[in-house]
Design a binder for this molecule. Structure first.
Ligand SMILES: *Cc1c(COP(=O)(O)O)cnc(C)c1O
Length: 875
């Protein structure tokens, strides 16, 4: 009923009897989604209703009848447990944690913007990895006491639910959420009865229209998450549907979502600050380019504020405290709009004090191979943020190459984009049986202290038994889901008896679940269907596969892949060993990761920016079998899983698929399966198929790989490690820069802006006249010192404005330098007419061909990197 919209909504909340009233707080704070004891408390109050409400405490409280509630409220034991849980939550929310032990440079507040947040299946506001990562970011921030505030949009339909037609074509439905039935609180203006008007922010749109939004707050432990909702009475129908669904439509719809997220998001933050008296964020972090307009809103604030900064001064101040994270390794994946479209919207007065031409310049692709008619959100993101990062080491490298046109003249390695490798929130993704074992065996500290090394203190038999238990749970879940999926596809119960015996709890179980863009190659395993069949049906070493994934609704190529795969799984000869489960989501994922022995990942390298599903598998003791892409490229160590070899760069797409599929089959057949069944040479004693031996025989090599995976990857892939990296590498330096920029009425921002203007104007006149080297003989030796003299024309700049560097290293045939070292030269003499002699010495520290060059770069204390301004003169 998209056309019929309520003009008013009412909140009907359960009124809880006084003694158990804290249950409301326990239900609305999403900490329950990663805090097992809170969920167990709800379950214990009424297991039947708990099972019915899909693990959702808010709907649970709505479903337990009034009489039952009153009975619970008179039960002393219940009341005591509720009070204890509430006290525990309060302690969690207020006690000092890791962040509180940091120095005063740590920012008082950090705003984190993201178009999607995957926190729990109860709040379906995510489509895939980006959203799950954002959810994990907030949860880890909460656990560490990092004072983060999340900002996003509240979509009426979130992402779609996936089902299949009889002929295996993806079907999408968009169930509409009711925010009043979710763990969300509407922000209201203060009023004595607590029922003030909803807080509202508003953006002007072209043609005199406007886009208003209300603000919902979700509590993610200690972290508030503000979600903007445009489905409000004051909006016209078009404006009301701006937040209708995640990544809705193209063009204007998408653009307005991003304007609301970025610009409206900053306005919502300000309203929230005013309402609660919380400190203003000192750092702004945008998770991917979609929220980039937040930088424009901040420039607008500064230009309109008391200081009336100029555009350049406001830009300098805003950039200093902004962090941009890119997640996209391919240019085609980047969000772009027509420049004319951006102009049309901003001319409506979205940022009345900011010249539209300057806004357009921020997103303009005015570089080699750029399209001047396009407005590029990632380019704007990079220009509005002084600090930027990719999400794995390899992805950092790929990003530095991909965006190098913005820093012409610099080596790719100098492009100022660092990397922070993603992580996963362990309490969310680790199977409760693992944390329970850790707690019972090693005490409650083991669970919270990340003592992954203790895995070595658990016996092989116990590890193996636990893995089987988790596999059994997955098999049961698969059978239930498969039957339901077939009923949706139109099958009758009578046809579905076979689903009760799908999968075998003692067969090597391999998982593959993720979104289905082409580069992830869902169907690589089908490259040689007969070979896959043989692996599935192998007499001694069979494998079984559990597969899931949603294709973007507009991506028919992805849907075709799903169809091809499902058609293969429909074959009665193999359908007991390979299944496709529709509607991959957080709930399914939590059973899937622990239940799989091996997690398969075969993207086209290097198109997987990081990937996190393999990390979730690893913390549950599943072994990764993956192309060396994303996180696996830096964390595979030879004993924690397997690397699928990749074809050479020269190979065509078809050849690549052939080569990599063959390598995958080969690994499965000769390495993975034999080791799982304990049939490798060293473990060959009493080799037998799965049905006879079951779980009695322990494959010791496999179990040692599990322990190694847990102990080494556990700490490395955890979101706490990721958050600590963000705090140390990006947030703290950004807070320091931001404070310096604004101190003394923005003195530094003003000075920096003036300096940048001067440097940019002078730069085309700068040149290195000539370079002399003294002190080396005809026959140089290691240890010789080389004096370098550079004569440089600085036009009207002074030597303090620049760094003149000698870069030296191994010279290749092409004259390109490798293993480069930089040494800054000193200004020695003013020669008149803006000319200077710079000099210094370098020590020849290696044999072989040696080369050097001289370059000039702008230099200022407020720059975070040498390449920041994209200005360089190479001799
Ligand atoms: C972890 C996760 C993802 C992301 O997986 P990738 O490996 O990054 O593709 C997507 N969806 C769900 C439900 C997840 O749990």
């Amino acid at each position: 009923m998209a056309q019929v919209k309520a003009i008013r909504r009412f909140t009907v909340r359960t009124v809880l009897p006084e003694p158990i009233r804290p249950l409301a707080r326990l239900a609305t704070n999403l900490r329950w989604s990663w805090h097992r004891p809170t969920r167990e408390l709800f379950e214990s109050l009424n297991p039947r209703v708990w099972a019915q409400c899909g693990n959702d405490p808010v709907s649970f409280l709505g479903l337990v009848g009034r009489e039952d509630m009153h009975r619970l409220a008179t039960d002393k034991d219940v009341v005591a447990r509720v009070q204890a849980a509430a006290a525990d939550l309060d302690r969690y929310l207020t006690e000092p944690r890791w962040y509180q032990g940091l120095g005063s440079d740590a920012p008082a507040s950090i705003a984190y913007f993201s178009p999607e947040f995957g926190i729990t299946e109860v709040l379906p506001q995510y489509s895939g990895g980006l959203g799950i990562l954002a959810g994990d970011h907030l949860k880890a921030a909460s656990d560490l006491g990092v004072p983060l505030i999340g900002v996003g949009l509240l979509y009426q339909a979130g992402y779609f639910k996936q089902s299949l037609s009889r002929d295996a074509w993806q079907q999408e439905t968009y169930p509409v959420i009711d925010p009043d039935g979710l763990p969300l609180t509407l922000l209201r203006e203060p009023a004595a009865d607590g029922n003030g008007k909803p807080l509202e922010i508003s953006l002007p749109l072209p043609n005199g229209r406007h886009l208003a939004a209300h603000i919902w707050r979700a509590d993610v432990g200690r972290v508030p998450l503000l979600l903007l909702d445009s489905n409000v009475p004051g909006n016209d129908d078009a404006a009301r549907s701006i937040t209708d669904r995640l990544y809705g439509g193209g063009g204007d719809h998408r653009l307005q979502q991003e304007l609301l997220l970025g610009m409206g998001g900053v306005k919502a933050l300000r309203a929230y600050q005013k309402l609660t008296g919380t400190p203003a964020p000192e750092v702004f972090h945008t998770n991917e380019g979609h929220a980039g307009f937040l930088g424009i809103e901040r420039i607008q604030e500064l230009m309109a504020g008391e200081q009336s900064l100029t555009f350049d001064e406001a830009l300098a101040a805003g950039r200093s405290s902004t962090v941009f994270t890119t997640h996209t390794p391919v240019p085609a994946g980047i969000d772009r709009f027509e420049a004319a479209q951006i102009q049309h919207f901003f001319e409506a007065g979205l940022a009345p004090d900011v010249p539209t031409s300057r806004i357009l310049d921020l997103g303009r692709e005015n570089f080699h191979e750029g399209n001047p008619f396009v407005f590029n959100m990632a380019v704007m993101g990079l220009r509005l943020a002084q600090r930027a990062n990719g999400v794995a080491k390899l992805h950092g490298e790929v990003s530095r190459g991909m965006f190098s046109a913005l820093w012409p003249g610099f080596d790719h390695s100098e492009v100022p984009i660092t990397s922070v490798t993603n992580g996963v929130h362990v309490p969310t993704w680790v199977d409760p049986r693992i944390s329970k074992l850790a707690r019972e065996r090693f005490g409650p500290e083991a669970e919270v202290m990340g003592r992954w090394d203790l895995a070595y203190n658990v016996s092989d038999a116990e590890v193996w038994a636990l893995r089987r238990e988790m596999r059994v749970s997955l098999v049961e879940d698969v059978r239930r889901r498969l039957r339901a999926a077939w009923k949706k596809r139109g099958a009758a119960d009578a046809e579905l008896a076979w689903t009760d015996s799908v999968l075998d709890p003692d067969v090597l179980t391999i998982g593959f679940a993720r979104r289905v863009p082409t580069y992830k190659r869902l169907t690589l395993m089908l490259r040689d269907p007969e070979r896959l069949k043989a692996l599935l049906l192998h007499k001694e070493h069979p494998i079984q596969l559990v597969i899931a994934g949603k294709s973007h609704p507009a991506d028919d190529a992805g849907k075709k892949m799903i169809q091809d795969l499902v058609r293969f799984t429909d074959d009665p000869a193999v359908r007991h060993r390979i299944v496709f489960l529709p509607n991959y989501d957080i709930a399914m994922a939590r059973t899937l990761f622990p239940g799989c022995d091996v997690w398969l990942n075969n993207p086209l390298r290097p198109l997987e920016a990081c990937g996190t599903s393999g990390m979730k598998a690893a913390i549950n003791g599943s072994l990764n079998l993956s192309v060396l892409d994303g996180w696996w490229d830096e964390m595979y160590d030879g004993e924690n899983g397997w690397a699928i070899p990749t074809a050479n760069n020269g190979a065509s797409a078809d050849e690549r698929d052939d080569i990599e599929a063959a390598a995958l089959y080969e690994l499965l057949e000769t390495q993975v399966a034999p080791r799982f069944y304990g049939n490798t040479v060293s473990e060959a004693a009493g080799a037998a198929g799965p049905s006879e031996s079951g779980h009695e025989k322990i494959p010791t090599h496999w179990v040692s790989m599990i322990k190694h995976t847990l102990s080494h990857l556990g700490p490395a892939v955890s979101a706490e490690r990721m958050l600590q990296d963000y705090v140390n590498v990006l947030y703290r330096p950004a807070a320091v820069s931001g404070r310096e920029a604004v101190a003394g009425s923005y003195a530094q921002a003003k000075a920096l802006a003036a300096w940048v203007a001067k440097v940019r104007a002078a730069w085309p006149q700068l040149h290195v006249e000539h370079v002399d080297s003294l002190g080396v003989s005809e026959d140089p030796q290691i240890g010789d010192t080389l004096q370098v003299h550079a004569y440089v024309g600085l036009h009207n700049l002074s030597p303090q404005d620049v760094a003149v560097e000698v870069a030296y290293g191994q010279a290749a045939d092409s004259d390109e330098l490798a293993n480069v070292t930089m040494v800054e030269l000193e200004a020695k003499e003013e020669l008149g007419n803006g000319r200077y002699l710079f000099a210094g010495s370098i020590v020849i520290d290696r044999s072989g061909s040696f080369g050097y060059t001289v370059r000039v770069l702008p230099k200022h204390d407020a720059l975070a990197s040498k390449a920041e301004l994209g200005l360089i003169v190479n001799a």
